[in-house]
Design a binder for this molecule. Structure first.
Ligand code: BGP
Length: 469
């Protein structure tokens, strides 16, 4: 049975580039994706869900279906089209309107500053590999805090440092499309942690009202069997994907054990990983002051040792069974026939979410609060043209099982205070396009008409029912 505290927030999540469309409107600056998608020729980011023009309709729908909070990201390049310098007042006004509209309908905005959409000018200078971007990001954040602190009280610095750079430098599914570049991935993660920390420290030192957190993509990794080398591979894989970032987030340093693993992964390249004392000071300070961790959890993986050449195939089409993930010296993701998967080969395993929250509590007892900031099912929804209905029972089952895991975690003493379903409405998926739908609300991308899925109705009923009396 699901029982959660009265203050538990049931919300939904979105990201600017995935919902707004209007990528060339009102002086918006280009981002790293624009050229990449143009060259690829598979998908257009326009009009996506046309949230730029239809935000009021979507926020109103959200409110009608019991949603209390909405995760929205600000497109940095709507405010600073070149990442820095000149400010675009139209972008500034747009987000104020969005936040005020949230309040009009009784919805609390949770606002992410960076959700996979670095401005193109900065991307061309190296993105997070360029340490100068840290200061530029801080200036953008300072402007945003000053401008919206009256209407936004919950901030997220960066969305998923690991997933972003993994797409950029490991799987190649994100621009610039490089593969197996472990040093770049680790350096860019560290630099994001410095950027995140500087923003937290700025927010706290200026005394803004509200809370600030960081969102990590956390998959739980399990060894495929009891063999020692597979256990070791699982630890390496976990350190690369989770442990390295979690240490920085909560310990404010990289523990000796994690650094040993990173050193083993990088070999001679380890000496090229640059972390300065001044950066580590920022990280240490932010770890003490962080208000919450956002966990984006979709799946778990089973791992075995892999010492052959790296080979990754990203299933971006929904052709079940086509994923390959083998990273030399780290590990291989192997099939676990006992666990169901989605058409994109994502393992459906709610226990992994519970285990991850327990791990945070045990390994990092100084954590203050957890929100599950993304969780949902990517699914090829079928629209019934006769009834205009979308029966997405598998999504309902998925969400229910994961909220049950959260309820269990809360019962077991974990301070988890909110759940944001990914996603509010169907939208553009970075490397999968438009057939991988997540929304509570169906969008006909031709007409932009919204339809209420069965999951939205179920979510509404849940919102009336889950709270402890
Ligand atoms: C997270 C991102 C989201 C969203 C989600 C689903 O990593 O923060 O932006 O895209 O994953 O992923 P996908 O769209 O690849 O299915």
């Amino acid at each position: 049975m699901i029982k959660l505290p009265k203050e538990f927030i049931l919300g939904a999540a979105t990201a600017a580039y995935q919902v707004e469309g209007a990528s060339k409107e009102d002086n918006k600056g280009r981002v790293l994706w624009d050229e990449f998608l143009e060259k690829q020729g598979r998908f257009s980011p326009d009009p996506a869900s046309d949230f730029y023009h239809r935000y009021e309709e979507d926020i109103k729908l959200a409110s009608k279906y019991g949603i209390k909070a909405l995760r929205i990201s600000i497109a940095w390049s709507r405010i600073f089209p070149s990442g820095t310098g000149e400010i675009n007042q139209l972008g500034v006004n747009y987000y104020r309107n969005v936040f005020e509209t949230c309040h009009k309908y009784g919805i609390e905005p949770f606002v992410t500053l960076h959700h996979f959409d670095t401005p193109e000018t900065l991307f061309k200078k190296g993105d997070w590999l360029n340490k100068d971007q840290i200061e530029t990001f801080k200036n953008y954040a300072a402007f945003v805090f000053d401008t919206y602190h009256d209407v936004v009280k919950n901030w997220i610095t960066i969305n998923e440092p690991i997933a972003y750079v993994q797409g950029q430098y490991i799987s190649g599914a994100f621009p610039p499309g490089e593969k197996y570049q472990k040093l770049k991935a680790l350096q860019a993660q560290h630099n994001q942690m410095v950027a995140h920390s500087k923003i937290v420290n700025l927010f706290k030192s200026r005394g803004y009202e509200g809370e600030i957190g960081l969102v990590h993509a956390l998959l739980q990794f399990y060894s495929i069997d009891d063999k020692e080398d597979n256990h070791l591979a699982t630890y390496r894989h976990d350190t690369f994907m989770n442990g390295y970032m979690l240490d920085a987030t909560f310990l404010g340093t990289y523990s000796k054990e994690k650094l040993n693993v990173i050193q083993a992964i990088l070999g001679d390249e380890y000496q090229d990983l640059i972390m300065t004392d001044a950066e580590m000071e920022e990280i240490k300070q932010a770890a003490q002051d962080l208000d919450f961790l956002g966990i984006n959890y979709y799946q778990s993986n089973w791992i075995k040792h892999h010492d052959e050449e790296s080979l990754i195939h990203h299933n971006g089409t929904g052709d079940k069974g086509t994923s390959i993930f083998r990273l030399k010296g780290i590990g291989e993701v192997v099939k676990n026939e006992a666990i169901p998967t989605t058409d994109w080969d994502w393992y459906i395993y709610p226990q992994g979410l519970y285990d991850m929250m327990q791990r945070i509590k045990e390994d990092y007892p100084n954590y203050k609060k957890i929100y599950v900031t993304e969780n949902g099912l990517g699914y090829k929804d079928e629209f019934n043209a006769e009834t205009n209905e979308i029966d997405d029972q598998p999504r309902i089952d998925y969400i229910k099982q994961h909220i049950e895991a959260i309820s269990d975690a809360y019962r077991d003493g974990i301070n988890v205070k909110g759940y944001f379903v990914w996603s509010l409405q169907d939208m553009f998926s970075w490397s999968n396009g438009y057939n991988k739908r997540y929304g509570l609300f169906y969008i006909d991308f031709e007409t932009q008409k919204r339809y209420v899925k069965h999951s939205a109705k179920w979510y509404k009923a849940l919102s009336d029912d889950i709270y402890e009396s």
